[in-house]
Write a protein that binds this ligand. Structure first.
Ligand SMILES: Nc1ncnc2c1ncn2[C@@H]1O[C@H](COP(=O)(O)OP(=O)(O)OP(=O)(O)O)[C@@H](O)[C@H]1O
Ligand SMILES: [Mg+2]
Length: 495
């Protein structure tokens, strides 16, 4: 059964803050839609309403012309709608099979019918192309595999409409290709797909139509082939976007501000050495899984590592924890903002000032100073939030990223390591972050950027270290001659 979805004047408020203002548009069955909009535009919220995770404050939701009122995700599932969340929602301690059947287990008499569930799970796993046994605990899977489990779960429930909220943010290029191939197969079977992404090149490639939202409102809908990437960006932010990258300053000379020699992270990175001068922006390129994140986690004392020598501003130092590193003038933005970057159940204010707690505790805690710092950070980083008193978990995905960034810069560090700083942020905010990185460098800091988006490294950095399988493959000058192809060749070992 296929159906048209109609949003009719949908509104949504969280307490006093209205985030959807009468959204109306329709989705035809069997097409792939790209849902675009700035961070905080309301994309995830609208989709959660469609999938039964959030209730709407007003308006009507119609499937095939009939109004529906979902009381929860189970109702939406029954109607054929499934959602894969921006932040995953699988039960980590259960097996793949238990996750696939969670909430509607098969029974035989009084007992769970494990045999039947196992067989059906094997079938859907085959369909999505995941080679793992149904009894594998989800905790043991890598991100791309967890995502396939989410899709397998949707297939098992015979979803006719699949919502994917930024599915490729943490996938390697190969995993992304496999996901796109799977989407094409689903589409051929008549499944409608709603694809939310800030990667406009992917939107261009895989979607039939785009729908654009801005500030909780519907603004445009068109065939993807009729809209250029530049136009998509303009529709999203409501104005023309100037050049994405700042003009590069020449590579600074001078004694290194940070120097790392012979860093080993067992199982992840072997004998890595690098340095960065004041004013320098050093990139780390590589595929997801190349060991870049683990390398810096090792440097920061977050996982076992050995190192021959680390110097900050010419002094040999020992770093055993991120707190010690911060005291030495080195801060680190984790790629995993939910797990390690933010305390999502704490309010924004505490998140911002936690690292620089000393400043606020002398001689006693100063909430007014904290509040002022938060207001400044919200302005400086363009964090979109209706209220300053919400928990970090209630910010939209991209705005959580901006808060995490504000947090690592708050203690005024000399050396800054940013792991995937633009993951999940919209084009306008990406540009802001690139200009911010340049400003930080101009202030005489050393900035290290770890990223899977090669173009952004080429656009921002003076030099780029390429890693593959935990080994430093090359350190390249990032000038006009450097291309994405060259980086890919080093990152994949095909040169
Ligand atoms: N539980 C909540 N409490 C308060 N505000 C919320 C809650 N959930 C979402 N919001 C707010 O609703 C607005 C829309 O958020 P939403 O997550 O829908 O944005 P988005 O378009 O998905 O953005 P992104 O691209 O960053 O993921 C944001 O301002 C967000 O802070
Ligand atoms: Mg979102």
């Amino acid at each position: 059964m296929t159906f048209t979805v109609s949003f009719d004047q949908i509104t949504k408020s969280f307490g006093p803050v209205q985030v959807l203002h009468g959204v109306s548009f329709e989705l035809e069955p069997g097409r792939v839609y790209g849902l675009l909009g700035e961070n905080g535009a309301g994309k995830s919220t609208l989709m959660k309403i469609l999938a039964g995770y959030e209730s709407r404050s007003g308006g009507r939701l119609l499937l095939a012309g009939r109004e529906v009122n979902f009381q929860g995700p189970r109702d939406a599932e029954t109607a054929g709608i499934a959602m894969i969340h921006q932040e995953f929602a699988l039960a980590e301690d259960l097996t793949i099979m238990q996750n696939v059947f969670l909430g509607h287990e098969k029974t035989k008499g009084l007992w769970l019918d494990d045999a039947a569930m196992r067989a059906e799970t094997a079938l859907v796993l085959k369909e999505v192309g995941l080679q793992a046994a149904p009894d594998t605990p989800v905790r043991r899977l890598i991100v791309a595999e967890k995502q396939l489990v989410e899709i397998a779960k949707a297939l098992q429930r015979e979803a006719r409409l699949l919502i994917m909220d930024e599915p490729t943010a943490t996938l390697t290029p190969g995993e992304t290709e496999r996901l796109f191939a799977l989407m094409a197969r689903l589409k051929a079977r008549g499944v409608t797909i709603i694809y939310i992404s800030h990667k406009l090149d992917e939107v261009e490639r895989v979607t039939d139509d785009i729908v654009v939202m801005r500030d909780g409102r519907f603004v445009a809908r068109d065939h993807t082939s009729q809209v250029s990437r530049q136009q998509m960006a303009t529709l999203m932010i409501g104005r023309e976007l100037a050049d994405l990258y700042p003009r590069k300053d020449p590579r600074p000379e001078g004694a290194p501000l940070i120097r790392v020699q012979g860093l080993n992270v067992p199982g992840w990175a072997k004998d890595i050495s690098f340095e960065a001068a004041p004013g320098e922006i050093l990139g780390f390129a590589g595929l997801v899984g190349a060991g870049r994140t683990e390398l810096f986690e090792g440097l920061l004392g977050l996982r076992p590592a050995t190192v021959e020598r680390v110097e900050i501003a010419g002094h040999a130092v020992r770093i055993r924890s991120p707190r010690e590193a911060a005291d030495l003038g080195l801060t680190y933005l984790s790629e995993d903002r939910k797990g390690k970057g933010l305390h999502v159940n704490f309010p924004l204010r505490q998140n911002l000032t936690l690292m620089a707690l000393k400043q606020y505790c002398r001689p006693w805690l100063r909430p007014d100073a904290e509040q002022k710092a938060l207001r400044e950070a919200v302005d400086a980083f363009g964090i979109r939030t209706g209220s300053l008193t919400i928990k970090a978990a209630s910010l939209s995905g991209g705005n959580q990223q901006k808060l995490a960034l504000a947090k690592v810069l708050h203690p005024n560090p000399k050396v800054i390591v940013l792991d995937e700083p633009t993951r999940g942020v919209d084009v306008g905010a990406k540009r802001d972050i690139y200009f911010l990185i340049q400003r930080l460098a101009r202030e005489g800091r050393a900035v290290i950027v770890v990223s899977s988006e090669l173009m952004e490294l080429i656009g921002c950095c003076h030099r780029i270290v390429v890693m593959r399988g935990g080994v430093q493959q090359a350190t390249l000058a990032s000038d006009e001659k450097l291309t994405e192809e060259v980086l890919i060749r080093h990152a994949t070992g095909t040169h």
